[in-house]
Design a protein around this ligand. Structure first.
Ligand SMILES: [Zn+2]
Length: 584
């Protein structure tokens, strides 16, 4: 991925005005020193969304979202950091430059978008007109793809030739270096020159969520291996982050807030043309964490779509482990055995597919069922194994509330004490992550934020804070990093000016945290007093937390025995039931 140069980022930060940026999206009303609006990130009737022109940040007192102009654009446009920079650079008239070594020299993302767009046009017209593309057209007709759908998805064809695209590219004025950086041609090994990557294949352009051609997938029409090939990783494309069909499906997400994950290009195209929307495919890879992060911007619910065969189940289980570790609601939709989504549409019609998708099963039930199928549920040993495996997965869920709910469900299912399972879970978690993460809004954290908020309000208070609490003394990683930057500013400029603090930060999570604490707006006159009380809270709470952690360690050691005992009894109970035999 070509990196935007630091100079460009700094220039954009200096050039943009948050009032101008935000008012491009929502209607702002002046309210004293700041501006107010209805929050674009949550539903509300009275405005609690504030924009501070002096310090250049926004904060919503309703949903707690905050940040600077860049984070605003990221959230509103559902864009990644570099894309937000590009959008803002465009608005402010700043030329975007890329860092050295961030990509092939002199070739920027725009060049790659341009050459990909051109190639998609060439492939498209070959599919429509070339006599050589007859097999490709016949294939699409056989799979029930209409001309309209082929046009919408911009399907194409690549000539069975080593240099067709290469020579057309040259004639169109594209440098070989650019064609190669886009992955359209490949450098010959051992000798000079290039050859076409895609030869004699049906071509599926892969588009970014914003609708730009970023890569291609290509399917052979002969009995040839591999059946599918993709563009390589380029400055604009990464397989582990890419989706097929997202640019079209995102429209449906506004309403349904649910994404359906399927496996192939046809599984997106055929349902879409039949009016079943919201399906996207990964590109020959398993679902990654990055995939989920991208989807989370569009949906609240991710539905894995599999056919009921055993292979599908295995694949799903692998995916599920990953999915459980992200904060997304996961469901599984099952199709008739042996059928892909496009088969379902062709054989049984779109309503049948819709029916399967409309009642997806919650991940918990799905997991329980597949574990039961794997281990059986009759013997006590099998039950214990199911509980163990479920706890292992539950241990990966970052949201404590969700985890708690699932633990309750599990306890009910096996007639076990919740406390027992929780003890077991704590032990698994402790083994996985030796450092105990502090609770998100402990008194410690509140005191830490208060200190930095005071530091931003008054230079004298800032000096006092720095003197009393070293950066390493804050309770969370975010606060420690913020403190480091704030102290650095204090040293250089004699104050922790809010606007400068935000400008010095890059990580969106840090920007959000900084804007949230600046939104506390500590009056300058109160700063010194509030520092004193926050410092004493910090000292008191640190001592308390340490004590609690020690107690927790002791308790979980004791629990272990208890857990084993309860599990043993549960097994005995179920063994007795089992031995009573049939007929009871
Ligand atoms: Zn809000």
């Amino acid at each position: 991925m070509a990196l935007i140069s630091q100079e460009t980022i700094d220039e954009v930060k200096r050039a943009v005005d948050i009032i101008e940026v935000v008012s491009g999206y929502v209607t702002l009303k002046r309210a004293g020193a700041s501006y107010k609006a209805l929050c674009p990130f949550h539903e509300e009737k009275t405005p609690s969304f504030n924009v501070n022109p002096e310090r250049q940040f926004f904060h919503c007192f309703g949903c707690g979202k905050s940040g600077d102009a860049i984070s605003f654009v990221m959230s509103y446009e559902k864009a990644e950091y570099p894309d937000a920079i590009r959008i803002l650079a465009d608005k402010a008239g700043v030329a975007v430059r890329y860092a050295e070594g961030g990509g092939p020299a002199g070739i920027g993302r725009e060049d790659l978008h341009k050459v990909n767009e051109w190639a998609a046009g060439v492939f498209r017209s070959l599919l429509q007109k070339a006599p050589e593309a007859e097999a490709a057209r016949a294939f699409l007709a056989r799979r029930g793809v209409s001309d309209e759908a082929a046009e919408l998805f911009r399907l194409g064809f690549s000539m069975e030739s080593w240099d067709y695209l290469l020579s057309r590219g040259r004639r169109a004025g594209f440098d070989e270096k650019v064609l190669s950086a886009a992955g359209l041609i490949v450098e010959r090994e051992g000798r000079s020159g290039y050859y076409d990557r895609f030869r004699g294949r049906l071509v599926f352009p892969i588009l970014s969520p914003q609708g730009k051609v970023i890569a291609f997938g290509a399917r052979t029409l002969k009995d040839e291996h591999p059946k599918f090939i993709n563009s390589p990783e380029t400055a604009v494309f990464s397989k582990g982050r890419g989706f097929y069909g997202l640019h079209l499906s995102r429209e449906a997400y506004g309403e349904t807030r649910a994404a359906y994950i399927v496996e192939g290009y046809m599984d997106v195209i055929v349902p879409h043309q039949a009016g079943v929307r919201g399906l996207v495919a990964t590109l020959g890879t398993a679902l990654t964490r990055d995939h989920l992060k991208i989807l989370r911007r569009f949906v609240d619910k991710v539905v894995l779509v599999f056919d009921a065969d055993a292979a599908g189940r295995k694949a799903s289980e692998r995916g599920l482990d990953l999915l459980l570790s992200e904060n997304v609601d996961i469901f599984v939709a099952e199709l008739p055995a042996g059928l892909d989504p496009d088969d379902v549409v062709l054989k049984h019609g779109p309503d049948k597919l819709r029916e399967c998708l409309e009642k997806p099963r919650e991940i918990f039930d799905f997991l329980m069922e597949s574990l039961t199928r794997k281990h059986g549920a009759e013997t006590p040993a099998a039950k214990a194994r199911i509980v163990e495996e479920m706890l292992e997965r539950l241990g990966q869920i970052p949201d404590p509330v969700k985890q708690e709910l699932l633990v309750q469900q599990l306890a009910r299912r096996f007639n076990l004490e919740e406390r027992t399972l929780r003890g077991r879970l704590a032990r698994t978690a402790a083994a996985a992550a030796p450092a105990v993460a502090p609770l998100p809004t402990s008194a410690l954290e509140i005191a830490g934020r208060e200190l930095l908020a005071c530091a931003a309000a008054d230079p004298a208070a800032a000096a006092e804070v720095r003197h009393k609490v070293p950066a390493g003394g804050y309770p969370t990683e975010t606060l420690r990093r913020l403190a480091e930057v704030a102290y650095g500013l204090l040293e250089r400029t004699g104050a922790v000016e809010g606007r400068e603090l935000l400008r010095a930060l890059q990580d969106p999570a840090l920007v959000e945290a900084a804007a949230a604490l600046l939104a506390q707006e500590v009056p300058r006159a109160e700063a010194a007093g509030r520092v004193r009380s926050a410092v004493s809270t910090l000292e008191r709470e640190s001592a308390k937390t340490e004590l609690k952690e020690r107690q927790a360690r002791l308790r979980s050691a004791a629990d272990e025995k208890e857990v084993d005992e309860v599990l043993r009894q549960a097994m005995k109970r179920s063994r007795n039931e089992h031995w009573r035999g049939p007929g009871r």
